[in-house]
Design a binder for this molecule. Structure first.
Ligand SMILES: *Cc1c(COP(=O)(O)O)cnc(C)c1O
Length: 361
């Protein structure tokens, strides 16, 4: 183990134990004399892995029986186009809540495939970003779906309430918050997540679909992203990203061994509280998200004196704290503290921040 803590927003760090296990069995998986990435996805060994990982994910999120669990190609953005094509025809309408870059991207992509309305937007009140609550009365009940992003990775904004979309299926891009806290899957029509934040390597995405929504796809939906086809083929209509899937399976096992989502949620809350306390405890650091909407996965902060940004980043790097630079459209700093980041890493970061503020304040 190195003493580097990696705060990259994505692809993000994976649990050290998982990386060690993957390394140990890299060229000889389950005594087969070859890597898991060198065997057929139709072999009994891989099918067992696929079934086990699906079961583990179902256990972790308490996925109800009437939901399909899909392991898809194409990451988060792949679902930006899969969702409209699977849930609606071209003459239908859907609506999007926009509170940051990713929901904006989802809306833009959705507009290619249907009439994509915007219902709900983040606002700035007294210098702090927040999202006015949505209720069903605002949402035309004939819409195909209502899409939102509960954790905006770039802006560091998390929505902790469920938009009330009435009978319109709720679709959530949980790329950067899935498995970080307990959720009630039954409230959603579709949940999807690119894997590279809380699940595994990039390229893979996990999609949960309520079975009754499997039959709404338009005819032109590409077969490899067609939910019903994928479900019928156990996500193996074409060759799945097998190595990414294997690592996702190891991450699910790791999380189960840690006590599951409820247990990691407690640690995540501690990590976030620690970091926001440090930011709020000093005039040196600023955060512009309303307290009720601060992300527990992506903590965005600015130095009050931005001329110190470059120095902060280079000193941080020297202290073994990597990838703290904020997204270019927001600037400042961002510490992504997904499930794999230990509390220890956050403690080292906050000590560094206090020390930096002392010596440069
Ligand atoms: C990272 C991210 C995506 C994009 O994922 P890709 O795999 O790059 O397509 C989409 N939505 C959210 C919320 C993300 O954090």
């Amino acid at each position: 183990m190195s003493d580097i803590f990696n705060f990259c927003a994505g692809p993000a760090m994976l649990p050290t134990e998982v990386m060690q296990q993957a390394q140990a069995e890299f060229i000889n998986w389950q005594g087969l004399g070859c890597s898991v990435m060198e065997i057929s996805h139709r072999s009994k060994e891989f099918i067992a892995l696929a079934e086990q990982s699906e079961q583990d994910l179902r256990d972790l999120l308490n996925v109800p029986k009437d939901y399909a669990v899909l392991f898809a190609h194409g990451g988060g953005r792949g679902q930006f186009s899969a969702v409209p094509q699977n849930l609606a025809h071209a003459d239908q309408s859907a609506a999007y809540l926009i509170n940051g870059s990713w929901s904006e991207g989802a809306h833009k992509e959705g507009s290619k495939y249907l009439n994509a309305q915007v219902i709900g937007r983040s606002v700035i009140e007294q210098g702090l970003a927040l999202v006015p609550e949505i209720n069903a009365a605002e949402i035309d009940q004939s819409l195909a779906y209502y899409h939102y992003c509960p954790n905006e990775t770039v802006e560091g904004m998390e929505i902790n309430w469920l938009p009330d979309s009435g009978n319109v299926p709720l679709v959530a891009d949980m790329s950067s918050c899935i498995l970080s806290k307990e959720i009630d899957v039954s409230k959603f029509g579709v949940i999807y997540a690119g894997a590279q934040k809380n699940i595994g390597p990039s390229g893979l995405s996990v999609v949960l679909v309520r079975n009754e929504l499997l039959d709404q796809a338009r005819n032109t939906t590409p077969s490899f992203m067609h939910y019903k086809t994928m479900a019928n083929f156990q996500s193996m209509y074409n060759t799945p990203p097998t190595y990414a899937w294997y690592l996702a399976g190891l991450v699910f096992k790791w999380l189960k061994a840690k006590g599951g989502v409820a247990a990691i949620e407690k640690i995540n809350n501690q990590k976030a509280a620690h970091l926001y306390d440090c930011i709020d405890g000093s005039d040196f650091f600023l955060n512009h998200v309303h307290a009720d909407y601060r992300s527990r996965m992506n903590v965005v902060f600015h130095l009050a004196d931005p001329t110190l940004d470059a120095l902060f980043l280079s000193e941080a790097e020297k202290a073994g704290l990597r990838a703290l630079k904020g997204h270019r459209i927001v600037g400042g700093m961002r510490a992504s503290i997904y499930n794999a980041m230990p509390l220890e890493g956050v403690k080292v970061l906050t000590e560094f921040m206090r020390e930096f503020a002392r010596s440069h304040g």
